[in-house]
Design a protein around this ligand. Structure first.
Ligand code: GLU
Length: 298
C-alpha cells in the first residue's frame, strides 16, 4: 500500500522466548514507525492454541517494554483494528474463506492423512517434489456430499493459477517464484482454523498494514501470501525482509534452540545499551556521521 499511512506491525507467535533477533525486527519496525510518524502495532499470532500460552504472551510484553518499544495499538492498548489476538478473530477468517470459495478461488479437499502420505510416497518414488496433486480441485457437489457423508472433513485449499509471482522486496530486491513450484496449499484446516499464511494476510489487510517488515524466514512465505492477496483482489503491502542474526555456531537464533538466550536474560545491562547495540547491528547512519549512541527516547 505505497500511498497509504505508514502502519507496521510485530506479529509474534507466543510459543517461546523472545530472542534478540525478534527484538531487532521489532526495533526496525518501531524506528520506521517513529521516524515516519506512522503507527506501530502488536498482533499476537496465537492460532495454534496448543503451543501458545499466556505466559509467553506476557514474556513478549515484558521484554519489549524493557527495551522501551511502546506500541500504539495491540491487545493491551486496544485500537480501531482489533481484536489484536488472532484467536479472537476466527469469524473474520471464516468470512474471508467463504468469500474465496464463493469466487471459485479456493476449494475443499477431502484426502485423509493416509492418502496424502501415499501421494507423497508415490511422488518420492517418481523423484518428484512432494506436493498436493490437485485431485479434488473440481469435485462435483455430489462428490463433496459423498465425502462428507463418509465423515471426512475437508481442508480449504487455494487454487493456484498458472504464471509466476513477482514482488519487490525492499531489502532483497525483486523476487520471483514460478507458480508451478507452489501447490494448492491449505488456507483453513479441517477444524476451520486458519493457517499462518492465511490469517497473516487477512490481518495485515484488515489492519491496513502498509509495510511488512520481518525476518528473512518470512521470505519463503511471501509468494504464497501474495497469491492470497491476488485471489482476494487486495492490494499487497510493501515487504521488507531482514537478514537473520546468527549465533556463535553461525546458525540462526531460534526460540526452539536451547542455546538461544531470551532478551530478558540481558536484564543485568541497561536497556538503552541493548537498544543501541541492536540499532547498529547491520546498520550505521553512514554519511560520515559520528553518532553512535541512540536511545528509545531520543
Ligand atoms: N507469527 C510469525 C512468527 O512469529 C510472524 C511472521 C510475520 O511477521 O509475518 O514468526
Amino acid at each position: 500500500m505505497p500511498n497509504s499511512p505508514i502502519r507496521v506491525r510485530m506479529a509474534p507467535s507466543p510459543t517461546g522466548l523472545l530472542h534478540i533477533g525478534n527484538a531487532r525486527t521489532a526495533l526496525f519496525n518501531y524506528l520506521f514507525a517513529r521516524h515516519t510518524g506512522g503507527t506501530f502495532i502488536l498482533r499476537i499470532e496465537d492460532t495454534d492454541a496448543a503451543r501458545g500460552s499466556q505466559e509467553y504472551e506476557d514474556v513478549i510484553y515484558r521484554a519489549l517494554q524493557w527495551l522501551g518499544l511502546d506500541f500504539d495499538e495491540g491487545p493491551q492498548q486496544g485500537g480501531d483494528f482489533g481484536p489484536y489476538r488472532q484467536s479472537e478473530r476466527f469469524d473474520l477468517y471464516k468470512g474471508v474463506a467463504a468469500q474465496l470459495v464463493e469466487a471459485g478461488q479456493a476449494y475443499y479437499a477431502f484426502e485423509t492423512p493416509e492418502e496424502l502420505a501415499q501421494m507423497r510416497a508415490q511422488q518420492a518414488q517418481n523423484k518428484q517434489p512432494p506436493r498436493y496433486n490437485g485431485a479434488h480441485r473440481d469435485l462435483t457437489g455430489a462428490q463433496r456430499a459423498q465425502f462428507e457423508s463418509e465423515g471426512r472433513k475437508g481442508v480449504l485449499r487455494l487454487k493456484i493459477p498458472e504464471g509466476q509471482i513477482t514482488f519487490p522486496d525492499a531489502v532483497y530486491g525483486p523476487i520471483s517464484w514460478k507458480n508451478a513450484d507452489i501447490d494448492d496449499f491449505v488456507i483453513a484446516k479441517s477444524d476451520g482454523g486458519p493457517t499462518y499464511n492465511f490469517a497473516c494476510v487477512v490481518d495485515d489487510h484488515l489492519m491496513q498494514i502498509s509495510h511488512v517488515i520481518r525476518g528473512e524466514d518470512g521470505l519463503s512465505n511471501t509468494p504464497r501470501q501474495c497469491l492470497i492477496y491476488d485471489a482476494l483482489g487486495w492490494e499487497r503491502p510493501i515487504f521488507a525482509h531482514l537478514p537473520f542474526l546468527l549465533g556463535p555456531d553461525r546458525k540462526k537464533l531460534s526460540k526452539r534452540n536451547a542455546d538461544t538466550v531470551s532478551l530478558l536474560d540481558f536484564g543485568h545491562i541497561l536497556p538503552d545499551a541493548m537498544f543501541n547495540y541492536l540499532a547498529q547491528l547491520g546498520w550505521n547512519p553512514g554519511g560520515g556521521e559520528t553518532q553512535e549512541i541512540f536511545r528509545a527516547t531520543s
